[in-house]
Design a protein around this ligand. Structure first.
Ligand code: PLP
Length: 400
């Protein structure tokens, strides 16, 4: 028996959209589909800080021998400091009885996979609660690691509001030991983030019920600015006894294809932190053994050199300013789209039906995901009017 049959994997609609956009010869086409940052020329360039760090790396790197299961430990330490320590405060997390362990991973997706495997090992029969809509890969990725998942409605497209009461109601039925997936900032796909008060209420609920937060942090620096975008994650870490965090450097360092990320857990004692650290390596060994080095080494060089770090922060500020300016321009052009200016990060989820999405693509050359998700960064300031007019022409004038 040498033949075999495989079920055809379901096609990724976003990849299909990329192909259609490329093949479209209309000069006025707009790409709001793909989830990468674009600058005001429509490019996703290598950051200048990254270029410099890569040049240093090329010069200084003497070996490409194996590093270890948890990757570049200095990178993990520097990224951990960036995420968890408020600037100017040299106080380690342990000062508030939180102990951090972490491992480098292949991107944020790798971090989510390792986090899911660790969660399964800690709580074999637990469920991960996932508010929907969410990033389409959350469910397949966490389920592939063996996690049971339970979805609840967390956002109303038609009113563009977070269904916080429904979220609280759903999580009130969770069992002790269950996990709660939380977007650290710049919610993908809605752009609607929980307020500080809502995060505090959620923490209280998770603590009362014995639930563990699993924070997906993929867009820090692209919402309101790096420090503000990290506020919710830091609050959760402070309030909850154990927090799993999956961090990505794909967007904020523009290192998408280099696969840079890290998984962290905060716990209440050093022994458990050490044990978890070893377990991260154990998980990695069974999947990919070791993460790729180049991108993480690049980030390490940036974060360990004050000049390069300031250069990167300035580049990140340029990105966030551009996204915010576009959001404001859209709201100004079409007052019904005012909600866009109150949302954060690259995405918003418009309440469009499939005919409207098809017409935007076919009749107006405006490319967007089938669920109505738009990547604001894909628009140019001088295309905002064309985009809003196209929305009007398909019958969507925003919320009135
Ligand atoms: C919400 C969210 N989490 C995680 C990721 C994973 O990012 P990566 O694996 O490219 O670092 C993405 C990527 O689009 C995302 O949108």
């Amino acid at each position: 028996m040498s033949d075999f049959n495989l079920p055809e994997p379901s096609p990724d609609p976003l990849l299909d959209l990329i192909g259609r956009y490329r093949a479209d010869s209309r000069a006025h086409k707009i790409d709001l589909g793909v989830g990468v940052y674009r600058n005001d020329k429509g490019d996703t360039p290598v950051l200048a800080a990254v270029k410099t760090a890569e040049a240093i790396l090329l010069e200084q790197q003497e070996s490409k021998s194996y590093l270890g299961l948890t990757g570049d430990t200095e990178f993990v330490k520097l990224l951990g400091n960036l995420i968890f320590s408020k600037p100017g405060s040299n106080e380690p997390l342990s000062a508030s009885n939180k102990f951090l362990s972490g491992a480098q991973t292949p991107g944020g997706s790798g971090a989510l996979r390792v986090a899911s495997e660790l969660f399964c090992a800690i709580r074999p029969s637990a469920t991960l609660w996932v508010g929907v809509p969410t990033w389409p890969n959350h469910l397949p990725l966490t389920q592939a690691a063996g996690l049971k998942t339970q979805c609840y409605d967390a956002f109303c497209k038609d009113t563009q509001t977070i269904l916080f009461d429904a979220m609280v109601k759903a999580l009130s039925t969770a069992q002790s030991g269950d996990g709660v997936l939380i977007h650290g900032c710049c919610h993908n796909p809605t752009g609607a983030d929980l307020s500080v008060e809502q995060i505090q209420t959620l923490c209280q609920l998770m603590n009362d019920k014995g639930l563990m937060p699993v924070v997906d942090l993929a867009y820090h620096g692209l919402g309101e600015g790096l420090q503000q975008d990290l506020q919710a994650t830091r609050e959760i870490v402070q309030q909850c006894p154990h927090t799993l965090i999956a961090a990505s450097c794909s967007k904020n360092f523009g290192l998408y294809r280099d696969r840079v990320g890290a998984v962290f857990i905060t716990t209440g004692d050093q022994k458990r932190a050490d044990n978890t650290q070893a377990y991260f390596g154990h998980i990695a060994r069974r999947i990919y053994s070791m993460p790729p080095d180049h991108g993480a080494a690049t980030v390490r060089l940036i974060l360990s050199d004050e000049t390069l770090k300031q250069q990167w922060l300035a580049e990140l500020d340029t990105m966030v300013s551009r996204v915010k300016a576009l959001r404001n321009a859209i709201a100004k052009q079409q007052p019904g789209l005012d909600f866009v200016s109150r949302q954060r990060g690259m995405f918003s989820l418009l309440p469009l039906n499939s005919q409207q999405v098809d017409s935007l693509i076919n009749d107006h050359a405006v490319y967007l995901a089938g669920d109505g998700r738009i990547n604001i960064a894909g628009c140019q300031l001088d295309q905002v009017e064309q985009f809003c007019n196209a929305l009007s022409e398909v019958g969507f004038n925003g919320l009135r």
